[in-house]
Design a protein around this ligand. Structure first.
Ligand code: M6R
Length: 616
């Protein structure tokens, strides 16, 4: 949520900042700004709306910008105050000497603001961030040292923050601080970078120092000094970044979302690679760190996640319970936090998150960690806060996902959950590896990449249906059993990128209320897979048809006599009920994509959303 970039070196700072911000646009995009230092002056440029507006603004200032080799930049996802130029970062102190950018939320900003007004601060914006600018400037007056000012200011601030600050009197440094919001320092040769996420600097360096909570740092051209909570200098821990710059390119696709949908067959291969070799072999999941005794003692499983990751967790519940008979609770992190945490050392907690930075999930994980439960994290970002909290870091390997709508990371999470459930089962029941149902599932997992490829080879029917239904204002998605989460996820994909009101229901719930909404203006998309719920979903489709709803069937089998029920049918490759969520979802992602694309929506950066939700 919001993106930060900083640069100090010999290159043109504005070029680096703009390039960095363009790779952070997925974190928020309602306004942006940069502060460029040259000599003892700081020039600030800001623009509301997308980054392109700031780029336009800077075009006429090229001569001035070229002189600056130190700067900080920000892209905003508004929390406090409208997305206006005044509220855009960077923010300055009254004397205009200090300038800063901020990610996170300052919880005690009202209190601090009142104190600062008493000592003469005049506020221009509605943001919580401006409080930090005034506070650090106030502290600076006491010591005339930016590091010390930052160190004392952060001790007074409650909440989450990543700060980057510059001061006119200290034109050779950027001072940074972090608590509960990610911040990374990219280590260069005679230059250094700062960013809230590595895509912003991966073009320039593959070495980085991840700041940890409560650290404050001074970044200069040729040095980086980091201080701990007690203001003691610490040793720099340099890590090598695992990403390639190519991962953040569209590679010819119109949108990142379409590229990422198409990457899913390879994502499945990556996650299975070396872990599932053949249907008659046990799963290798060395990343799961519990020993056999401990696995045998697991008495319950709790899955905590948000959004799409939560839907993956719901599929996970179904598979884990089926194979291991261990009860599984799945809960949105934001709800989990505010209940009594009932867990113990025999509880396996699974936190799922694409970004590994979702604030609600981090808080929930920290809370349950106190109970001594084993924490397994399924995240696409092994460099994230959540990964660092893991006792077991389970594989996802989806590569950087840029589009705000999660697609390939969901697929990877599902595969990771299949592996985990089979692993637990194989420990609990030594004969299970020879169980025909398990062998069949393993075979289907190994065949999954080619099934996804078959589906992606011909999308004409999906595109036709997308166009036909793109003008409907409401949609209902129905399914039962293991595909109920697919209905929720399909509806979420559609609403987030096309802004069409789409809701997923258990098909059996339709008659308990939602059926009242059905008429010819309400298309119902039904997921029908061969298996125990097939006939039941079909009956629910009959009920919808009787209310004149338009019916779209997504199915791997439909008897000819039943085809008459449907206005449109999307056939998917065959597969058991157990594997079907991993096939159905590709259709639902494509349908959402093509509807949004047909409507001309901003597919990769839908309004009001951000890729990484780092506020609670
Ligand atoms: O990074 P996380 O998986 O923790 O993010 C959770 C949700 O914010 C995320 O899945 C969100 O719902 C996506 N926009 C879905 O496409």
């Amino acid at each position: 949520m919001c993106g930060i970039i900083g640069y100090i070196g010999d290159r043109c700072a504005s070029d680096i900042l703009i390039s960095g911000l363009s790779h952070l646009e997925y974190r928020g995009y309602d306004s942006s700004g940069v502060a460029l230092m040259h000599g003892n002056e700081i020039d600030i440029y800001k623009a509301p709306g997308k980054l392109i507006n700031l780029i336009e603004e800077l075009k006429s200032k090229q001569d001035v910008c070229a002189k600056s080799h130190i700067g900080i930049g920000h892209i905003r996802w508004a929390t406090h105050g409208l997305p206006t130029t005044t509220n855009a970062h960077p923010h300055t102190s009254n004397c205009n000497n200090l300038t800063l950018v901020h990610n996170g939320i300052i919880e005690n900003y009202q209190e601090l603001k009142e104190e600062l007004i008493k000592v003469g601060s005049v506020f221009k914006s509605q943001t919580d961030t401006e409080v930090a600018a005034h506070l650090i400037a106030y502290e600076y007056e006491k010591t005339h040292d930016l590091l010390k000012a930052m160190q004392s200011a952060v001790k007074k601030i409650k909440g989450a923050f990543a700060f980057c600050a510059i001061h006119k009197s200290e034109p050779d440094k950027i001072v940074v601080a972090k608590r509960n919001a990610p911040l990374v320092i990219g280590v260069g040769n005679g230059e250094n970078f700062i960013a809230s996420d590595i895509p912003a600097m991966i073009e320039y360096t593959k070495k980085a120092i991840y700041l940890t909570d409560y650290q404050v740092g001074v970044v200069q051209k040729d040095s980086i000094q980091i201080f701990d909570k007690d203001d003691n200098l610490t040793a720099n821990k340099i890590e090598y970044l695992p990403f390639e710059a190519v991962a953040i390119s569209k590679l010819g696709y119109k949108h990142f979302m379409l590229k990422e949908i198409h990457e899913q067959s390879d994502v499945v291969r990556n996650v299975l690679g070396g872990r599932l070799l053949s249907p008659d072999k046990e799963v290798n999941l060395n990343e799961f760190k519990l020993n056999n005794d401990e696995i045998n003692k697991i008495s319950r499983v709790q899955i905590i996640a948000c959004g799409t990751s939560l839907h993956a967790g719901m599929v996970g519940k179904y598979i884990i319970e089926k194979f291991t008979k261990i009860p599984v609770d799945v809960e949105p992190s934001s709800e989990y936090i505010y209940r009594d945490t009932i867990a113990d050392k025999n509880t396996l907690v699974i936190g799922i998150s694409q970004s590994g930075e979702t604030a609600d999930t981090i808080t929930a994980i920290k809370q349950v960690k106190e109970c001594g439960s084993h924490i397994a994290i399924i995240t696409n970002r092994t460099d994230s806060t959540m990964a660092r909290l893991a006792d077991s870091l389970l594989p996802v390997d989806a590569g950087i996902e840029v589009s705000v709508a999660a697609t390939k990371s969901y697929m990877a999470q599902l595969i990771s959950l299949y592996l985990l459930s089979m692993k637990i089962m194989e420990v609990k029941d030594k004969n299970s590896a020879k169980n025909p149902e398990i062998m069949k599932l393993k075979q289907e997992l190994l065949e999954l990449p080619s099934k996804i490829e078959i589906l992606l080879e011909n999308t004409d029917n999906i595109q036709r249906i997308a166009k036909k239904y793109s003008n409907y204002k409401n949609f209902i998605f129905i399914a039962r059993g293991i595909n109920f989460p697919s209905a929720l996820e399909g509806a979420l994909k559609l609403k987030e990128i096309s802004y069409i009101n789409a809701t997923g229901y258990c098909a059996g719930e339709l008659k308990h209320g939602p059926i009242a909404m059905l008429d010819e203006n309400m298309p119902v998309l039904a997921i029908l897979n061969t298996g125990i719920v097939y006939d039941k979903v079909l009956s629910n489709c009959e009920e919808a048809r009787a209310r004149q709803a338009k019916l779209i069937g997504v199915t791997n089998y439909l008897a000819e006599k039943d085809e008459r029920l449907f206005d449109d049918i999307i056939k998917i490759p065959s597969g058991s009920d157990l594997i079907s969520p991993a096939i159905n979802i590709v259709v639902l992602q494509l349908l959402a994509y093509y509807i949004a694309e047909y409507l001309g929506k901003d597919v990769d950066q839908p309004r009001n959303l951000a890729k990484s939700v780092t506020v609670e």
